[in-house]
Each structure stands twice: as structure tokens, then as C-alpha cells.
Design a protein around this ligand. Structure first.
Ligand SMILES: [Zn+2]
Length: 319
């Protein structure tokens, strides 16, 4: 964990902690160990055997992501609290990064860095708790980008195209209900990307056969939606320090309005107006066979997408 309390202060971040000072857990009040190594960012840990939920072990990537976001936001005068408590929260009551504009503690955004899995019931319940408290959630997918084998580029958009992303159920839920985008963070580079999901399809070949009565039967010859993975457009990469945090109301796939938060890229005043990539199944007008059409929106108009191999260094920022 990144915060603890001392005799003098009830909120101390590990980056400001000192050796030789006694710290206790903000949850269970048991002594914690201050760890300041060369590899991992400074943090606190319970003594072995602790069952405290507050100190649940976070991966080094998770801690690094929180620290990076906190620094980037504070550099823009945003007020940040790490591991903020919210008593009414379902499940783990800590918020990874709680952010408010300077002097406006009532305007709150909860950034949840999510690397592990989460059930739909859990993300739904947590999102509901946030709505009740007027806190806008931003679920940030922390992901090891090297798991994607093939990356392409959507030429007209200058974005990255991943043909197979095994989106977890919670990612789809957040995508569908909290704005039709999902922000990703590369767990190795800590760069940020805005993700758009596109339904994947597979073509079932048509086949014809004769059944036992000698009647001709046929099947296939159409596209079927694939649910195991999605196609993913990634817009970026951005440095956390280049992005603005923003919040507003969005309408979910279920028709309900919710408070949500997102990043704005340099030059943007609001998020894109819905997905800028889409795949549709069309019928060829001459031969009447179905085909899948991948399109991108350029200057407000849909046009057929052109893909090419992504450059080898696509995860890095140029210049
Ligand atoms: Zn504890």
C-alpha cells in the first residue's frame, strides 16, 4: 500500500515517509513496514500473516501507476488522495486515486487502476456506490501490452489496431456503460491509450449435404459474432502529464445515465462522439454474398479502413 499513518499524521504517503518513524495501517492500525527499494516504488507492507483487507497486496505495476497518476495530476494542481476511504463503497473500500480540482473537494473523480479480474456484479455495485456519492469513476485497464502478438495500424486514423483482445467481462461492462471508451495503461511503459472496442466476427463456411432421407441440407455462409474477444483500436500513446482529467454524464447501453470520468487528449474539449471505428456485415449487391466491412470515421464521414503493419516501436512516444 502507498499510505499509512504515524503518531503525527493520519495520512502519510510512502514517497514522503522516513526511515525510523513508526507507521501503522490506516485500516487495522497494526504496525506496517516501510519499504523503499531500488526496484519498486516506496510502499508500506503489513507484517506476514496479516489478514487486513486494507493492505491487500498490490502488484508493483499497480503501485507505480498510482504514483505516476498522482504526480501528473498534482503537477496540474489537482488535489489527489491515494487509497482514499469511502465507507459506503461496496467491497474494498479504498479508491486507488481520488482526484478533485483545487478548492473543489465536492467535485470528485475516482480512478480505479484495474489489472486483475473483477466480476460484473462487483463493478456494477461499485459504480452504483460512486453514483450515490456523486463520484465519477474512471476504470483504467492496466495491461501488459506485450501480450498482443500482432499490432496493426489504421492508416487514416493513425491509431493502433489489435485484432484479438480478450477483454474481460468488467472491461466490456465499463465500455458499454461508462462512455464507449476504455482507457488503457501499458504496464511496462506506463503510457496511456484510449481504447475502442469493435465486435469481432467469424465467417462460417457454407456447406451442403444430403440427410438420411436424401434431402439436400445446407448451413453456414454467414458471419457470426465472436464473444471471446474484441477488436481494439488504441489511440495514443499519451504521457499522463499530457492528459486532462474530465467528468460528465454518459448514457449507458442500458439507457441509464451515469456520472463517469475520462482523460482528454491534448487539444480535446470533450471525448469523441462515439466510436470512430466500426465493423458491419454487408451483402455484396452483385453476388449477394455477405462480407465484413471495417470502417473508420474521418472528418465526420465513414470510409473503408486501411490497415498496415504497426511500426515496431509503436508502444513508445516519438521524439
Ligand atoms: Zn491493515
Amino acid at each position: 500500500m502507498l499510505t499509512a499513518r504515524s503518531d503525527l499524521e493520519d495520512y502519510v504517503e510512502a514517497s514522503n515517509a522516513q526511515r525510523g518513524v513508526a507507521y501503522v495501517c490506516r485500516g487495522c492500525r497494526q504496525p506496517v513496514i516501510f519499504k523503499s527499494g531500488r526496484v519498486r516504488c516506496p510502499h508500506f507492507a503489513h507484517h506476514p500473516g496479516s489478514a487486513c483487507a486494507h493492505g491487500a497486496q498490490m502488484s508493483p505495476e499497480h503501485l507505480a501507476a498510482q504514483v505516476l497518476l498522482a504526480k501528473a495530476l498534482r503537477d496540474r494542481s489537482v488535489t489527489v488522495q491515494l487509497e482514499a476511504h469511502m465507507a459506503s463503497l461496496a467491497g474494498d473500500r479504498r479508491i486507488d486515486v481520488l482526484a478533485s480540482p483545487e478548492g473543489r473537494p465536492d467535485v470528485r473523480i475516482a480512478i480505479e487502476v484495474q489489472m486483475s479480474d473483477l466480476t460484473i456484479a462487483a463493478i456494477d455495485a461499485r459504480t452504483q456506490s460512486y453514483q450515490a456519492e456523486h463520484v465519477a469513476p474512471l476504470w483504467l485497464r492496466l495491461y501488459d501490452f506485450s501480450k498482443w502478438i500482432d499490432a496493426q495500424r489504421l492508416r487514416d486514423r493513425g491509431t493502433i489496431w489489435i485484432e484479438k483482445h480478450y477483454a474481460r467481462a468488467w472491461e466490456r461492462w465499463a465500455y458499454d456503460h461508462l462512455g464507449q471508451f476504455l482507457w488503457f495503461m501499458d504496464s511496462k511503459t506506463l503510457r496511456l491509450w484510449r481504447g475502442t472496442f469493435v465486435n469481432a466476427h467469424s465467417y462460417l463456411e457454407s456447406s451442403t449435404w444430403y440427410d438420411s432421407s436424401g434431402d439436400e441440407q445446407s448451413a453456414g455462409g454467414y458471419f457470426k459474432e465472436i464473444t471471446q474477444w474484441v477488436e481494439l483500436e488504441l489511440q495514443g500513446p499519451y504521457r499522463a502529464s499530457d492528459l486532462l482529467l474530465h467528468r460528465g454524464r454518459v448514457r449507458g447501453a442500458d439507457g441509464r445515465q451515469r456520472l463517469a470520468a475520462w482523460f482528454l487528449a491534448p487539444g480535446e474539449t470533450r471525448p469523441p462522439d462515439g466510436p470512430q471505428v466500426r465493423a458491419t456485415i454487408q451483402l455484396d449487391p452483385v453476388h449477394a454474398y455477405p462480407y465484413r466491412k471495417l470502417e473508420v470515421k474521418v472528418d465526420g464521414a465513414w470510409r473503408r479502413a486501411n490497415t498496415q503493419d504497426a511500426p515496431a516501436n509503436w508502444r513508445q512516444i516519438d521524439g
